[in-house]
Every structure is written in C-alpha cells, then in structure tokens.
Design a protein around this ligand. Structure first.
Ligand SMILES: [Zn+2]
Length: 410
C-alpha cells in the first residue's frame, strides 16, 4: 500500500487531525495516498455543553425531556406546544433530542428526518413554542487514492473509502474491468467523491464525481455528468461507461418458444419450466455473444447438448447458448469473447426437436426472461452537450490532480 500507517488509523478522525498530520508528514512523495478533506461549509451545530439524548426502545418524549433536565410540567407544556407542528408521539428510535442553552435560555431540537428538525423555545412569558426548521446539509469533497496490494475492498477500506463508495466505484468500471479476475497487485485507483452530512455529522448521501482506475497498466477514467436524460458516467471522450447487450444472439431467426415458468416439454413429455428463449434458425446459423465476457463453461451439458456459458464483465449477468451443432474455432473455458463475436452455430444437439438456439439470460445466477430484461440505452454524451461535458471533464480531472500535490494542502 502507498500510504503511511499513520494515515490509516487517522483516516476516520476529524479534518483537523488529518491536516495536522499532513503538515507533520511534510513532503509526501508522489504515489503516496493523498487524503484531502475540505469542508465547503463547516456548520456542524455541535457546541460543547449541549445535552443529547437518543430515542431508545420504549421511550416517550416526556421521559427524554425529563432526562434532559426538564420538570414534568415543563415537558408536558413542550409536548403540548409541539402538537400542532409535529406531534411528539411520532418519535423514532435512534433520532435525537438536543438541549442547548443560550444565556440561560434553553432550546430543544428534535431531529425529525434528514431535512427537518423541530425547535422548541420558551417565549417571554415562559410559554413553550414550536417551529420546524430546515436542516442544513454540509458537503465535503474527498479524494482518495490507493494501490491494490491485498484486495480491492481491503485496500480501499484501509485508505478510508466507505463500502458504499467502493461498490459504486466497482459498478462504474465493471463493464471494462472484471473485478473478480482481472485485478493485479499494483493496480490502483483514485476517486473524488462528494459526501453530504446532516447537521449532526451523519452521512446522508454521497456521489462519485470522477475516478480513474489503473488495471494492468491501462487507465480507465469515469466522469459524472448530468445530461437532459439523467446522470451517467462517461469516459474522457464522452462515451458511456455502461455497455448494452445485443438484442439477440442470432440474426435472421424467429422466436419459437418463449420463457415460461412451466410448459410441457416436447421431448421429455412432462411439464417443466422453460427458462430461456428458443430461436428457430437453420443449422449452421452463427450464434453471437450478446456482450463482452468470459467463457465459464464450454462442453456437452445433458439436454442442452453443446453448450457455452459466458459471464459478462459486470459480474452480475451471464448468458447461456445451447443445442449448438458446433463451436466456433478457439472457444474454450476462460477465453474472453467480445460483443458480437461468433461463438458457435445453431444445431439440435442434446434434447431438441429441430434446429434452434436455446438462449438463457441469468442475473445473479437466476434465469430471467431475456426478452423482458430492460437495458437502459448506454448513449454517449449528446452532440449538443459535448463541449459542455468536455469543459466539466477537464475541470474534474484538474481538481483531482490538485490533490497530488501536498503543497495544495496549504
Ligand atoms: Zn429452449
């Protein structure tokens, strides 16, 4: 791993600690992990001296207010005041009540949800009043860089990356990198992401803004960009990082049997599910892999006859092709195939009444109806937005590169 052990243990501590540590470390060499946290708006309302009580199972607002030091009549008065605004019968386990004192005048906050909080304050006459306030969301931008020495998850977690951010990073590049098999020691990544925190410092959201992943010497990059049709990740040229599948593995064919949870098998005679789609075509018609991936099975497989299964690069999907008359040349287990590549030819090997391709689409190992699988089109950045995209991509990459230089820590 690139970074010094000290950084590992302190990664989860406060910004100040990190900055102090960075200053002590002085001139970090390039390739060291550079962690940089920037509070775009430092406004966490945690003043020392506040009393905080979390709602526990069996709690009532009355009990909690008593624990915060209010008398029973005071608590009753406060609950009464809140009734019209936010009835304090609806308190949730884990949410908190905070008592603050301002020059001897108390105020109580209840965190309703990520967006709102309830404020209770006494008026001049000592009567309690209630109102709801918007909660401020604080945003922090992080850049984390690490190399892979053990496993992606282990090294990324050690570098301070939360699980949800690691998963998103894997999702982004899963179409190009086979994370289960392609990773090598020395591969590395750099990710710039935005985290949102509520006013109690709890993470309420995050998004990856840009990332690069170096796999076996090849650098992949991804930039978040919002087009009119939604948010996607694109490479530096504006190509969508997601890929889609071919609509059908056989050109010039007709569907002779659809996906069904149960049907009478024409050869076996009894009723059983048909977990794929049959494409009737002449013997010898080429069969194409519908997406890039790796052959995980090639050979005779019972009623399937000559059979190939391809695991696609996203690690979630696989496709299976059965009853082939023969395989295309060079097909073997662990071979990578590309989208549209001919992997075999239609036939009727195994249990088949006539030449056809039996095609299955599996998602996380379960057969799903290939005709019902919805693939969002993976379009590039539209032409009329490409110049705006290029500007933003350049700026993101520039921002990310700033974090390379320890001097920018200020
Ligand atoms: Zn079939």
């Amino acid at each position: 791993m690139y970074f010094k052990a000290g950084v590992v243990f302190l990664a989860s501590l406060a910004l100040l600690t990190l900055l102090v540590l960075a200053a002590i470390q002085g001139n970090a060499k390039p390739n060291q992990v550079v962690e940089h946290e920037e509070w775009l708006e430092a406004d966490v309302n945690k003043v020392s001296g506040d009393l905080v009580e979390k709602v526990k199972p069996g709690d009532t607002a009355g009990l909690i207010l008593r624990r915060l030091g209010f008398s029973a009549p005071q608590a009753a008065n406060m609950i009464d005041a809140a009734k019209q605004i936010y009835p304090l019968k609806n308190i949730h386990i884990g949410h908190s009540f905070t008592r603050q004192e301002d020059k001897g005048t108390p105020a109580v906050y209840y965190q309703i949800d990520a967006d709102k909080k309830l404020l209770l304050t006494p008026n001049m006459q000592g009567k309690w009043e209630a109102e709801t306030l918007e909660r401020k969301v604080n945003t922090r931008v992080n850049v984390i860089e690490a190399s892979i020495e053990n496993s992606l998850f282990l090294d990324a977690a050690r570098a301070g990356l939360a699980d949800n951010v690691i998963l998103k990073l894997v999702d982004m590049f899963a179409w190009d990198i086979d994370f289960a098999r392609d990773l090598r020691k020395g591969d590395s990544f750099k990710v710039m992401f935005e985290e949102n925190f509520d006013d109690e410092g709890k993470q309420v959201g995050y998004k990856i803004l840009a990332a690069t992943f170096t796999n076996r010497g090849h650098v992949y990059s991804g930039i978040r960009y919002e087009t009119k049709s939604g948010v996607e990740y694109y490479d530096a040229e504006g190509r969508n990082l997601r890929k889609t599948y071919l609509k059908s593995p056989v050109k010039y064919s007709r569907i002779s049997s659809r996906f069904r949870s149960s049907r009478k098998h024409p050869v076996l005679g009894y009723t059983r599910a048909h977990r794929g789609v049959d494409y009737a075509a002449k013997t010898g018609t080429p069969i194409r892999a519908i997406g890039d991936g790796k052959i995980v099975y090639k050979g005779w497989k019972g009623g399937y006859g000559r059979f190939i299964e391809v695991r696609h690069n996203n690690g979630i999907h696989s496709t299976a092709y059965a009853h082939m008359s023969r395989y295309a040349r060079g097909m073997k287990r662990n071979k990578y195939v590309t989208q549209g590549q001919i992997i075999g030819y239609v036939g009727m090997s195994g249990l088949a009444t006539g030449p056809h391709l039996h095609f299955e689409f599996r998602s996380r190992g379960r057969a799903v109806n290939p005709l019902k699988v919805k693939h969002k089109p993976a379009k590039p950045v539209p032409k009329d937005e490409i110049s705006a995209f290029r500007l933003q991509a350049k700026e993101m990459m520039r921002l990310m590169s700033l974090f390379d230089q320890p001097s920018s820590w200020g």
